[in-house]
Design a protein around this ligand. Structure first.
Ligand code: FMN
Ligand code: EPS
Length: 389
């Protein structure tokens, strides 16, 4: 089982993660992870904090000469803006934040809960996702996250070629690429407001059979939904057509099945082809070999420079919600984060299905399972023992 926990406050000394169950034999290229961290820090609309932080991962355990050992991997990110003990208690809780509910639930001030709830934690999730990606890449599986729409404006389409991931200008909404989106973010900033959007992650190269139909908490779509919904400010998750499926008749949702006899023996879909992918690569909680498509709605940031109505916690009288330095838009960052948590869930499903404590063992189990499935397809439905119609 592959799992992780994160720890750390937004303005504490550092963020930490322990990743457990990661196989041995994977070269832990920290620069691949650092590139993902840099992507997360980018994007138009971010606040001043990103100019203070230079996120680079430190590996404190679980490797030997840069290669994973199978032991727990400890990742650490240092906060440059580590000023937790000097920060004041906000006077009026901000709607849309943990501020009010958390201080009541934990019987603390607002500061204690908001520091942990902060999306600063997503830097560590991207580092953990980067680690997962290193494993997936070894197995021919790629994950690519990008912005679908921002502030109600559709982002330019992105080709589903993972090769363009690093070069893609769309995720970061560069002004020269999408001036309309940039103007919308500028207008929101001037009005003391914020913008949300929709992001998407696509997984390619997935073998058939990740997840399971057999038990609720082993379903891959359910696990992806949990992982994505757990990201700060994500308020909706769709797989494939998602909510659009509810508006169509069955004939417009079900993906037809075709067969290509002349397929490569290594074909991960065994010759079966789906001309559409409305299911988003998952049927019955199980990957079906098509690209896995996960979409997420990110709400606009709740901390408003224009300050929404709230209550002073001491007097209980009306007061504008506390304002702290804040992003105006973090949708491009969310696309990197959603990509990371999806990568981790897929890696976790891979480790579960192809049980192995080393990369080589996982590779061997994958190859053996492929051969087993090929034999099954040849023998189970032979002419002598035809299946039911
Ligand atoms: C990358 C990223 C950056 C964020 N930056 C801010 C921010 O600067 N200010 C803010 O109020 N909320 C920000 N948020 C959202 C809050 O962390 C989140 O809304 C809050 O913790 C409450 O959680 P919830 O929205 O999931 O209920 C950000 C979210 C993400 C994903
Ligand atoms: C620090 C990050 O995001 C932070 C997430 C966040 C929040 O409330 O979620 C509030 C802001 O914190 P600060 O007041 O320190 O600027 C963001 O900058 C980050 O993404 O690295």
């Amino acid at each position: 089982m592959l799992r992780y926990l994160t720890a750390g406050e937004s303005h504490g000394p550092a963020l930490t993660a322990i990743v457990e169950g990661f196989p041995s034999g994977v070269t832990l290229d920290v620069e691949v992870i650092n590139a993902e961290l840099k992507r997360r820090q980018g994007g138009y609309g971010r606040g001043k904090r990103q100019t203070l932080e230079t996120d680079r991962v430190i590996v404190d355990s679980g490797t030997y000469h840069g290669v994973t050992t199978g032991g727990p991997i400890t990742l650490r990110l240092v906060n440059n803006d580590a000023k937790l003990e000097r920060l004041r208690e906000p006077a009026a809780p901000r709607g849309g934040h943990i501020d009010l509910a958390g201080s009541i639930a934990y019987q603390t001030g607002i500061r204690q809960v908001l520091e942990r709830a902060s999306a600063r934690e997503t830097a560590m999730r991207v580092a953990v996702g980067g680690l997962a990606r290193l494993l997936l890449r070894e197995l021919g599986i790629e994950v690519f996250g990008f912005v679908r729409e921002l502030g109600g404006i559709e982002a330019p389409p992105v080709a589903l070629d993972p090769g363009i991931r690093d070069a893609s200008p769309v995720y970061s909404c560069n002004p020269e690429v999408d001036p309309q989106i940039v103007s919308a973010i500028d207008a929101a900033r001037e009005a003391g407001d914020t913008l949300g959007g929709v992001v998407e992650a696509v997984v390619t190269g997935c073998p058939i059979g990740l997840g399971s139909h057999a038990q609720w908490d082993r379903k891959l779509d359910a696990r992806l939904a949990l992982a994505v919904m757990s990201v700060q400010a994500i308020k909706g998750v769709e797989i494939g057509l998602g909510f659009e499926a509810a508006r169509r008749p069955g004939s417009g949702v079900m993906d037809p099945i075709r067969y290509e006899a002349d397929h490569d023996p290594g074909d991960r879909r065994f010759g079966f082809r789906r001309p559409t992918n409305n299911a988003g690569g998952i049927e019955g909680g199980t990957s079906n070999g098509e690209p896995i498509v996960v979409r997420a709605a990110k709400k606009p940031i709740s901390t408003l420079a224009a300050r929404g109505p709230s209550v002073n916690m001491a007097t209980k009288g009306e007061a504008p919600a506390s304002y702290e330095r804040s992003d105006v838009c973090a949708v491009p960052a969310a696309s990197v984060i959603v990509e990371a948590v999806v990568a981790f869930e897929v890696a976790s499903a891979v480790v579960e299905r192809y049980v192995g404590s080393s990369l080589e063992a996982i590779r061997a189990a994958m190859a053996a399972m492929h051969e087993l499935s090929r034999r099954h397809l040849d023998q189970f439905w032979s002419a002598e023992a035809p299946g039911g119609g």
